[in-house]
Design a protein around this ligand. Structure first.
Ligand code: UD1
Length: 332
């Protein structure tokens, strides 16, 4: 199939492009490189032997997007492009709503013009909000979030649901990611955020590399076994394969489906830190600091629906995630 991947030069997008090409799909990437680097396209080519078509454009630029659809047949779209820093979204809500909503609406309008009816959306476990019990199940009311970033995911899920109701010949799969970490085994792709990382694993690898002095663990007084927060960490390559499975599902079905992509296991911050040290045989200085605003004590996925509906389950261990994350960081 011919797949358009928006945000395809980013962390999850680039790993997904690799899996799509390995499975024989033709990929066109749309990415404005606002939070990604152009050499990712070279890395994808190095890994798969195929250079994806690449358009450096903003997804909210309708005319530019039309040009892509004119030049490339598009059977399905996987939409990753969007701003994603939780803390920044609290400070710049308008930028987040404008960018994330505009790009999705524009994409849907252009898809409609060109008769494209398959949409895979990069959503997040954040849509379950602060009040649902864990493990999170897809049928729980997902109408809450704790940041403007999270609300854009809630709103886009709503837009896609309403659009699918109005267009019963459309299929949208809303993939709710838990905490993706790790890197491609080649060490050529990985999570490489600009500036000081907000997320745990890129922070850990920069401490391990000596670029940051120490990790601060945000709180050890949570009601969890070791007092630190529990999350459902999954390998980014597993997550990428989940998109391939969602695509296979979307080709054969109509309507909208939300699906969790997680392992179904909660791992604490301290457990991850120790796993990283052990997997890589290196030291990782850390201190315990205060809790971070907005963090929930614990959540993980109920992973049954992904297994039953998409035939997908996470395969990689925490050790694989820690080793591959370090392999990538070492090469930087
Ligand atoms: C957050 C967002 C999620 C988003 C994801 C990836 C929320 C509720 N969650 O997940 O929507 O998709 O980022 O961008 O907004 N930690 C430390 N020290 C650090 C960094 C993190 O102790 O320096 C801890 C956090 O307290 C948390 C865990 O590590 O318990 C994971 O944090 P992080 O990687 O930022 O992901 P989430 O907050 O779970």
């Amino acid at each position: 199939m011919n797949i358009l991947v928006t945000g395809g030069a980013g962390y999850i997008g680039s790993h997904t492009v690799v899996e799509l090409q390995k499975a024989g799909h033709m990929v066109a990437i749309v990415d404005d490189l606002s939070n990604a680097k152009a050499n990712v396209i070279d890395s994808i080519q190095q890994i798969t032997g195929i250079r994806p078509a690449f358009f450096q454009i903003d997804c909210a630029d309708k005319n530019a997007l039309r040009t892509v659809f004119e030049q490339h047949p598009v059977d399905a779209v996987i939409h990753f492009a969007g701003f994603k820093a939780v803390g920044e979204s609290v400070k710049k809500p308008l930028a987040y709503y404008r960018n994330n909503l505009d790009s999705t609406l524009t994409l849907l309008e252009v898809m409609e013009e060109f008769g494209c009816k398959k949409f895979i959306f990069s959503s997040s476990a954040t849509v379950y909000g602060p009040n649902n019990p864990y493990p999170y199940k897809e049928e729980m009311p997902a109408i809450q979030s704790s940041s403007p970033y999270g609300w854009t995911k809630v709103m886009i899920e709503r837009i896609l649901t309403d659009y699918t109701t109005a267009h019963p010949d459309f299929c949208a799969v809303l993939l709710r990611y838990f905490n993706p970490i790790g890197s491609h085994e080649s060490g050529l792709l990985g999570d490489d955020p600009n500036g000081i990382p907000n997320n745990l694993m890129p922070y850990i690898t920069r401490v391990a590399a000596g670029q940051l002095e120490k990790l601060t663990i945000f709180g050890d007084d949570y009601p969890t076994p070791d007092g630190t927060c529990l999350r459902d960490y999954l390998h980014v390559v597993d997550l990428a394969v989940g998109h391939l499975k969602a695509l296979e599902y979307a080709v054969k079905h109509l309507g909208v489906e939300a699906v969790n992509l997680g392992t179904g296991q909660g791992v604490s911050v301290l457990e991850l830190v120790h796993a990283f040290k052990q997997a890589n045989g290196i030291q990782l200085p850390y201190v315990i600091g205060p809790r971070r605003d907005g963090d929930l004590p614990a959540f993980w996925a109920d992973a049954e629906k992904a297994k039953n509906l998409l035939g997908w389950e996470a395969m990689h261990s925490i050790e694989d995630m820690c080793k591959s994350a370090w392999e990538f960081a070492k090469k930087k």
